[in-house]
Write a protein that binds this ligand. Structure first.
Ligand SMILES: Cc1cc2nc3c(=O)[nH]c(=O)nc-3n(C[C@H](O)[C@H](O)[C@H](O)COP(=O)(O)OP(=O)(O)OC[C@H]3O[C@@H](n4cnc5c(N)ncnc54)[C@H](O)[C@@H]3O)c2cc1C
Length: 420
């Protein structure tokens, strides 16, 4: 495998042409934050990390042209300097823009799509070495492409004026949380942390407010964000992995640390934080109407199988998307994420949850762990064949493939979702 760190468009074109002429395969890689083999390569591995500059800012139209290798944190800070922001973000900001867009990275909110939904156009180096600017309808395949249509080198984003968020969280009984999950979904950026063995939950409500941020004092922020959400959660989860029988007791102990809290800060600081312990993750997008029964199914599964996982199940919400491979394609979505410290064997839990959620038409997050194959996934995506046709057109010889894409998307050029 040969790694190429491209600094400009011509270098990307050059390595794509070289790979094609040599009959080798090529994958693009971002910051490597996906939990699977999605970005592995047996040929060339191309990074555009060094292509990380803002190209153009139209503040009035809130349109920003940016090189695709920029890290989300740097992008967010740069937008802030121009009085702009992304309307919704996920939990961390270490990923590259290209990598986050390619896998449908999302935050939460029934009025907000994922990062990919904010892409107005993108520059793509295709398998034949040509450079295309894709916009309009062609974006429906290209936004969430899992690196399988080409290498993305620049992106135009639809941003919004910078805004302030009020974040509040409070522990509640799980039954109360499930009974009022419809109301929770009405907040701008809602979330629910479910602690299966304790039948408790933490409700998270984030809403836009007028006025300037008033961040908490540094000491309080450290206690809440680093001590409790990292060290205490990390330690409890590590112990559960080492002493599986203690997991229910550890979970109940962990819940006791949950306290009501509120803060008002700039959106990027409320949305994103730090994860300082080794973690693995799987997540599914489900039809919103199955939210409560799906959460109950997962809680029952934990109670039955006693997985050595003390971390809460994270539930978020998403608006319908028109991208062919969006996990929220044409439906309001509940995202349900299971997390595990790497000290525990997470495979049985992920397989169990995947099985339990199958009945709800769950679509797995592309960047996270799942066992489904192309044959399982094709029926879940009404526009699967349209994506496959676009893939066959842009990459007819399977240049941008690896073992993961063969399992998950099937061979390039096979529009029926048959695995290679
Ligand atoms: C701690 C943690 C927290 C997370 N939180 C969230 C969250 O809140 N919400 C959420 O939805 N996800 C979340 N994720 C998942 C994460 O956003 C995705 O894994 C994302 O794809 C990682 O971006 P990356 O730059 O590391 O890309 P990689 O993991 O390196 O690559 C991901 C995909 O992007 C493709 N790609 C990368 N660069 C290019 C390019 N230039 N052109 C074409 N394709 C390219 C790769 O080929 C691959 O298919 C989290 C992950 C971690 C580890």
């Amino acid at each position: 495998m040969e790694i190429v760190a491209a600094k400009e468009l011509d270098e990307v074109v050059g390595v794509v042409e070289r790979a094609r002429n040599e009959g080798r395969r090529l994958r693009a890689v971002g910051s490597g934050h996906s939990y699977s083999d999605i970005a592995l390569s047996d040929g060339y591995l191309v990074s555009v990390d060094a292509m990380d500059q803002l190209i153009d800012v139209d503040r009035d139209a809130a349109l920003v042209r940016v090189q695709a290798g920029i890290k989300l944190g740097e992008l967010n800070r740069a937008l802030d300097r121009h009085g702009l922001a992304m309307p919704s973000l996920g939990e961390i900001d270490k990923q590259t823009l290209a990598g986050a867009v390619a896998t449908d990275t999302h935050g939460s909110g029934l009025r907000q799509g994922s990062l990919s939904d904010r892409v107005a156009s993108l520059e793509l180096v295709r398998a034949d070495g040509t450079v295309d600017e894709l916009d309009g309808d062609s974006l429906r395949a290209a936004r969430i492409a899992l690196g399988s249509l080409g290498v993305v080198t620049a992106v135009t984003l639809r941003c919004v004026p910078a805004f302030t968020l009020r974040h509040s969280e409070r522990p509640v009984d799980l039954d109360d949380a499930l009974a009022s999950i419809g109301e929770l979904g009405r907040h701008d950026h809602p979330g629910l942390l479910v602690f299966p063995y304790a039948r408790r939950a933490v409700v998270i409500e984030r809403d836009r407010v007028e006025g300037r941020p008033s961040p908490p004092p540094a000491a309080r922020a450290w206690v809440e964000d680093i001590l409790l959400k990292n060290h205490v959660v990390g330690l409890t989860s590590r112990l559960a992995g080492r002493v599986p029988a203690a997991t229910p007791a550890l979970t109940r102990a962990l819940v006791r640390f949950a306290r009501p809290s509120t803060r008002v800060d700039s959106s990027r600081k409320v949305f994103t934080g730090e994860v300082r312990f080794p973690v693995t993750s799987a997540e599914w997008g489900l039809p919103l109407e199955s939210a409560a029964p799906a959460i109950e199914a997962v809680v029952s599964l934990f109670e039955r199988e006693r997985y050595p996982v003390a971390m809460p199940v994270l539930c978020r919400f998403g608006a319908p998307s028109d991208s062919y491979l969006s996990t929220a394609f044409e439906r309001q979505t509940l995202y349900l994420e299971v997390l595990s410290h790497t000290s525990a064997d997470a495979d049985p839990m992920i397989a169990g949850v995947e099985g339990a959620l199958g009945a709800f038409g769950a679509r797995p997050h592309w960047a996270k762990r799942f066992g489904a194959t192309a044959a399982d996934l094709a029926p879940l995506y009404p526009a699967w064949d349209r994506f496959a046709s676009e893939r066959a057109r842009l990459d007819p010889d399977g240049l941008f493939t690896n073992a993961w894409t063969e399992r998950v998307l099937g061979a390039s050029g096979a529009p029926d979702g048959e695995a290679a």
